[in-house]
Write a protein that binds this ligand. Structure first.
Ligand SMILES: O=C(O)CCC(=O)C(=O)O
Length: 306
């Protein structure tokens, strides 16, 4: 189910259930949350079929990594079939509960990591998301600015299956010790844990949490889809222009189109797309409309002030 900004969902619909107090406390403390059963078994089967098909296409193009892994950027550009994950009712409320209504998806990827059977050179992959945001923002800690959702299609309920690895609570830490060069072997950061999840679970994380993908030496092929959200005054990295130019873009709901960077601005004097992205026109921003219709504004949290 995806939410239609024109239809008011029924009371108790997960799409209109904001992040709970307990979830917020945990997210603020740990920098991430696991959302059990974010996807139904049918959805897991459906998205697995989609990702397997994309993997087969990449394999046919010989575009996989030497270990046979796939890391395809711009998820909806690759297949509009994954668009319902952009505003999935079980997870998207976490996004607007934290970032508010002036948001879009700036980065996404579809990942498949089969068992590694060939030697893989060491590389220190621990990072915070946001690239140069981590150099160009001067505060300590730096601001959150973006959050990311990972939907698990494979079973990573035990460690060692290419799990997502984090240092809980490290989102408030600007720096961790690392090697002088990324190919120099280095001990894992203190307190690092592999996050375990069942197929259909989602992980919601603060971009600042120190995290890494881990190598999959298990027999279970790791499959996951990632979507990162940020404020509309930050540029989208994904290839969304082509997505917006396709006829099928019109079939998406208004919130999904907002998340894919639809301009939304009305060509009239003094009204620019940039102003719209700055949030000057809430009345023509679909997520603002959805939150208003469902009485979801919250004066105690600035991003959710009407
Ligand atoms: O694939 C993973 O487990 C980690 C993904 C990651 O590093 C990221 O989303 O920035």
């Amino acid at each position: 189910m995806t939410m239609e900004s024109t239809a008011v969902p029924a009371a108790g619909d997960p799409a209109t259930t904001p992040m709970s107090k307990e979830q917020r406390e945990q997210f603020d403390r740990d920098g991430y949350l696991v959302i059990p059963n974010a996807l139904s078994a049918e959805e897991v089967a459906h998205y697995t079929e989609v990702i397997d098909r994309i993997y087969a296409e990449e394999q046919a193009k010989q575009a996989l990594s030497p270990e046979g892994a796939m890391h395809v950027l711009s998820a909806v550009h690759r297949s509009q079939e994954v668009a319902p994950l952009l505003d999935h009712p079980t997870t998207f409320p976490l996004v607007w509960s934290i970032l508010g209504w002036n948001v879009h998806v700036y980065h996404s990827h579809l990942d498949v990591h089969p068992k590694i059977t060939v030697p893989k050179p060491y590389r220190f992959e621990w990072h915070q998301d946001g690239g140069r945001q981590n150099r160009e923002l001067e505060t300590d800690p730096r601001p959150r600015i973006s959050v990311k959702l990972a939907y698990w299609l494979s079973d990573v309920s035990v460690a060692g299956r290419g799990n997502f690895k984090v240092v809980p609570g490290s989102h408030l830490q600007n720096w961790i010790e690392g090697p002088p060069r990324r190919d120099v072997e280095w001990p894992e950061p203190e307190g690092a844990i592999e996050v375990c999840a069942n197929p259909g679970d989602a992980v919601f994380f603060d971009r600042r949490i120190w995290h890494t993908r881990t190598n999959n030496y298990s027999d279970v092929t790791r499959k996951a889809m990632f979507f990162a959200y940020t404020l509309r005054w930050i540029a989208i990295r994904d290839e969304v222009e082509e997505v917006r130019a396709r006829p099928e873009f019109a079939s998406l709901n208004p919130v999904q189109r907002q998340l894919l960077g639809e301009s939304l601005h009305q060509p009239r004097p003094g009204h620019t797309m940039g102003d719209h992205q700055w949030g000057h026109y809430p009345e023509t921003t679909p997520l603002h409309g959805f939150l208003k219709e469902n009485d979801l504004f919250d004066n105690t949290w600035p991003p959710l002030k009407p």
